[in-house]
Write a protein that binds this ligand. Structure first.
Ligand SMILES: Cc1cc2nc3c(=O)[nH]c(=O)nc-3n(C[C@H](O)[C@H](O)[C@H](O)COP(=O)(O)OP(=O)(O)OC[C@H]3O[C@@H](n4cnc5c(N)ncnc54)[C@H](O)[C@@H]3O)c2cc1C
Length: 489
């Protein structure tokens, strides 16, 4: 059996490992950290639990499709709760909008904010649903090898939507700023500004309003655990505390990797670690992309995160709460145009213990606060602390309560940690943005052009950032490997 060595145990690696082992390869996953899951690791301390990365479970159909490929259901591994409200958005003091769990209810909410907007939303969502069926059920399952993959009868009819942006389309239909911001929010998951994201990507609005927001009991990490369990049952071996420090190549073929000082022979190397880092493990002649290439790409944001435990329940917030009470454009400029710390940041807060008692002791609340930031900016303890004060003060004013003196646990995570823990390029959190010119065949490739048996997966390659795309990326790369390398040595 051919031996495949996989770098990293993020969602994309876990997905690829399961597919490749099921196909008959001998698969070993080498993870530099002590636990699997990559950016989706979990922090447990003082009776609190925090999902350190992803918290929004969107596109349940993608997870179902993944498990179905192995004759399984998500419910064989974890239980999903559909959140209602899905989330809450603050626009000012005691001024927030609740997004509920069905389009009908959301239409009523829209109508209450802007007369005539419910029918416009219905029209917008028809387009979003069609795009979801084209993109998420079909296009994203293509490997990004050729531009022809994107040319189908359906996409030809949608060409106008590739030329326009989400920002423009939303503004054509709605005038109230609250509605515009709510409709622009989902594409932020793709890592770029709505004004740089093609209108076709309104499939994210279908994920949001059409399909809804779910919480897996015990958190997103239960998805990681489920996938590890599945992979192990298929024969995958996991080695933790195992940083790969070199990929050795002879005559354009990767022959071995170095793990903790030991050289391990391998037939195929697949990396789910950040693409730029993986290439740094090769001699320069075998790298496909230059420093200049990476520098010119639009990266998805990094983040400043706070994992906070409170000794009381927090009021006037939902499981997912967004704070859009300051100027979005100014913050976006600090992320994409002039990398710097935003004067007044937008932020997101998650309170999983509102839904799931396993996250905090009784009468307590577990919270994650997230501020999106430009990758590569200066990160110090003092800056982090300043921003904690900034957002907690705003939080208290906006939600009308005192919480500062109730913090009993606090830990932060920012640019430097993304680099140290995940070998992330410039400390990016979500990989490379999905803009028109960084989509599909225009993204870094799944297969190396310089090393015949070296492959890549994850949020920097195809299809892009997010947990559902990571599952798909693992499937795509496993299909490419099966196409190019028989199982037998
Ligand atoms: C704060 C945050 C919030 C997010 N929120 C959401 C959300 O709500 N919903 C959503 O769908 N997505 C969200 N995302 C995005 C999503 O989490 C990622 O797109 C996805 O988890 C990336 O998976 P991956 O397999 O590409 O990479 P990773 O998870 O980064 O996995 C790469 C792995 O490689 C390991 N590694 C690196 N170098 C080496 C080496 N040399 N040797 C061995 N191992 C190595 C790393 O330790 C890591 O475990 C969020 C991400 C972050 C950071």
């Amino acid at each position: 059996m051919k031996k495949i060595s996989i770098l990293g145990s993020g969602f994309s690696s876990l997905s690829a490992a399961a597919y490749l082992s099921a196909a008959g390869y001998e698969v070993t996953v080498y993870e530099k950290n002590a636990k699997p899951g990559g950016r989706a690791r979990q922090l447990k301390s003082d009776g609190f639990t925090f999902d350190m990365g992803p918290t929004w479970y969107w596109m349940p159909d993608v997870f179902e499709r993944f498990f179905a490929d192995f004759g399984k259901l998500p419910s064989d591994y974890y239980t999903l709760i559909k959140l209602n409200p899905a989330y809450q958005v603050y626009f000012g003091e005691n001024d927030s909008v609740l997004i509920e769990d069905s389009l009908d209810k959301i239409m009523d909410t829209f109508e209450g904010i802007e007369k005539g907007s419910s029918l416009k939303l219905q029209k917008f969502m028809t387009m979003a649903r069609e795009n979801y069926d084209i993109a998420i059920k079909d296009l994203v399952y293509r490997p990004g090898v050729s531009p022809l993959e994107l040319i189908t009868l359906e996409t030809i009819q949608k060409l106008g939507q590739f030329a326009s942006t989400i920002s423009k389309e939303v503004r054509k239909l709605f005038t109230h700023n609250k509605l515009i911001q709510i409709l622009e929010f989902p594409v932020l998951f793709l890592g770029a500004k709505p004004s740089q994201t093609p209108a076709f990507y309104s499939f994210m609005n279908q994920a949001d309003f059409g399909l809804g927001t779910f919480h897996p009991t015990n958190g997103m990490y239960s998805v990681v655990e489920g996938m590890v369990k599945l992979a192990e049952s298929l024969g995958v071996k996991f080695v933790y505390n195992a940083a790969v420090t070199a990929i050795h190549v002879q005559s354009s073929i990767a022959t071995s990797i170095t793990v903790n000082g030991e050289e391990i022979k391998t037939d195929i190397v697949l990396s789910g670690a950040d693409y730029h880092h993986t290439e740094s493990l090769l001699q320069p002649a075998y790298r496909m992309y230059s420093e200049n290439y990476w520098n010119q790409k639009i990266f998805a944001p990094s983040s400043l995160l706070f994992y906070v435990g409170f000794d009381k329940k927090i009021e006037n917030v939902c499981h997912h709460t967004l704070f859009f009470d300051v100027d979005f454009d100014l913050h976006a400029e600090c992320i994409y145009d002039k990398p710097s710390w935003p004067e007044e940041p937008l932020f997101y807060a998650s309170f999983p213990s509102k839904t799931d008692d396993s996250f905090a002791p009784k009468g307590h609340e577990a919270a994650v606060f997230l501020i999106p930031l430009a990758p590569g900016i200066k990160d110090t303890e003092i800056i982090r602390e300043n921003y904690f004060k900034k957002i907690i003060n705003r939080f208290e004013e906006l939600t009308n309560q005192k919480i500062k003196d109730h913090v009993v646990f606090k830990s932060s995570f920012c640019v430097n940690d993304f680099v140290a823990d995940y070998n992330s390029y410039k400390g990016n959190a979500y990989g490379m943005a999905n803009t028109l010119f960084q989509t599909a065949f225009l993204r870094p490739k799944l297969k190396s052009k310089k090393v015949r048996n070296l492959y890549f997966t994850g949020q920097l390659t195809v299809p892009g950032p997010g947990v559902p795309p990571a599952l798909i990326s693992g499937k795509l790369v496993s299909e490419l490997i099966q196409k190019h390398h028989s199982v037998i040595v």
